[in-house]
Design a protein around this ligand. Structure first.
Ligand code: ZN
Length: 345
C-alpha cells in the first residue's frame, strides 16, 4: 500500500502562521481560527482523494494536477484535481462537508444540515453546476491551446466518509456526478473500460500538464492584507514546538521554553518559515535578529550558515531566501506512488 503524506496547502500554512502569531485577544482572532478550521477540513478532503488515487493500480498512465488556476477570457478559473489520461481527462471538485448533504440541482443549491443543529439548514453553492462550469472552461482553454478532441468527465468528490448524501431533486443527475472517495477508482476503471485505449489527442498527458504548469497563474495572497492586520500586530519570537507558546529563550546552541521547559536545537526554523508565509520569502539579518529576539549578529550569521540559505545580493543589504525551508517542511511525498502528482499552489 502506498502512503501519501499529509500535505497542507499554502493557504493553510499562512493561516497557521497567522494564528500562532496573533494574540488570542486580537479582534480578528476568532475569524482567523474559523478560517483555519475550514481550510484544514478542505485540505483533509484533498489529501483523502490523493490517498485513494495514489493507491489505485489501474491509473499508472495518469498525471494528476492539483490546484491549477488558468486564465480564460480575462477571468481565472481554478480546478481542485485534474486527472490527465492518454485518452481522456477527469476533473474533480472535492467537498469535505459534515452532516447530511441534500443535493438540489433543479434549484442550483446544496443544503447542508449539521448533526449538532438539525433545525438549521445551510445553503451552499451547488457543486455539480460548479464542476460543470469548470469543465466547460477547461475545454475552451484546451481548444484555445490547440488541443481538440480530448474527451473529459467531471465529478463532485464527497470526501467525508460520515456525510450522508441525499438527492432533493434530479436523483439520476446526482448519482451520475457525485462520487465518494473510495468509489472513485471504480468510476475511473469504468470509464477506462468504455474508452478507446489509443491516445485521443496528439498531446500526451505530460505535454498537457507542462502546458498547464506554464500557464498556471500563481495566487500569492498577502494574508495580512487579506485580513487587514497591521504587520506590527504580529507577535515575534521563537515558538515552542511542544506547547506552541512564544517566546523561547536563546542559550548557546539551543532554545529553551520558559513555559514548558522544552528544549530544542532548531525551533528557529519554524519561526523563519512563519515569517516567510506572513511577510515574504526573503529576510535580512536585521529582521532575523528582530523576529528571533537575538541581539548577537554573529549568532544569526552562524544560523544562516547552518541553514545554508541562498543569499540574494552581495552588499551589506543582502537578504536570504527562505524558500528551501518551506519546501523541506511541506514537500509532498510521491515515493512508491503509482501516479505522478503535480502540485500547483
Ligand atoms: Zn513550551
Amino acid at each position: 500500500m502506498n502512503k501519501q503524506t499529509y500535505r497542507r496547502s499554502i493557504m493553510q500554512c499562512k493561516l497557521d502562521a497567522l494564528h500562532r502569531r496573533l494574540s488570542p485577544q486580537h479582534e480578528k482572532y476568532p475569524q482567523i481560527e474559523s478560517e483555519l478550521g475550514k481550510r484544514r477540513s478542505g485540505d483533509f478532503g484533498e489529501n483523502s482523494i490523493d490517498y485513494y488515487l495514489s493507491q489505485s493500480s489501474g491509473i499508472q498512465d495518469c498525471i494528476i494536477v492539483k490546484g491549477a488556476r488558468l486564465l480564460l477570457n480575462n477571468h481565472h478559473f481554478q480546478m481542485d484535481t485534474l486527472l490527465l489520461f492518454p485518452s481522456f481527462f477527469i476533473l474533480l471538485e472535492t467537498k469535505h462537508l459534515t452532516g447530511t448533504l441534500l443535493f438540489d440541482p433543479d434549484y442550483q443549491q446544496l443544503i447542508q444540515i449539521k448533526k449538532e443543529d438539525l433545525n438549521h439548514e445551510i445553503s451552499r453553492q451547488e457543486p455539480i453546476l460548479q464542476v460543470k462550469m469548470q469543465y466547460n472552461q477547461f475545454k475552451r482553454w484546451l481548444e484555445n491551446q490547440g488541443i481538440e478532441g480530448y474527451p473529459g468527465y467531471c465529478f463532485v468528490g464527497v470526501t467525508n466518509q460520515n456525510a450522508i448524501v441525499k438527492a432533493l431533486s434530479n436523483p439520476a443527475l446526482v448519482q451520475e456526478f457525485v462520487v465518494r472517495s473510495p468509489a472513485l477508482t471504480i468510476k475511473i476503471n469504468d470509464i477506462q473500460a468504455n474508452q478507446q485505449q489509443t491516445r485521443s489527442t496528439i498531446y500526451s498527458p505530460k505535454e498537457i500538464s507542462l502546458l498547464i504548469t506554464k500557464h498556471h497563474a500563481l495566487r500569492n495572497i498577502n494574508i495580512l492584507k487579506e485580513f487587514d492586520i497591521d504587520p506590527t500586530e504580529i507577535m515575534t519570537g521563537v515558538a515552542c514546538p511542544d506547547c506552541n507558546k512564544l517566546a523561547m529563550e536563546k542559550h548557546p546552541r539551543k532554545w529553551s521554553c520558559p513555559n514548558c521547559k522544552h528544549q530544542s536545537k532548531n525551533a528557529h526554523t519554524q519561526t523563519l518559515i512563519d515569517y516567510s508565509f506572513l511577510f515574504g520569502t526573503n529576510i535580512s539579518i536585521r529582521e532575523m535578529c528582530r523576529i528571533l529576539h537575538i541581539n548577537n549578529v554573529r549568532s544569526v550569521r552562524r544560523m544562516l550558515k547552518e541553514l545554508s540559505l541562498n543569499r540574494i545580493g552581495t552588499t551589506y543589504n543582502s537578504r536570504y531566501c527562505l524558500e528551501s525551508l518551506r519546501k523541506q517542511q511541506n514537500a509532498p511525498s510521491s515515493e512508491g506512488a503509482f501516479v505522478h502528482f503535480i502540485i500547483l499552489d
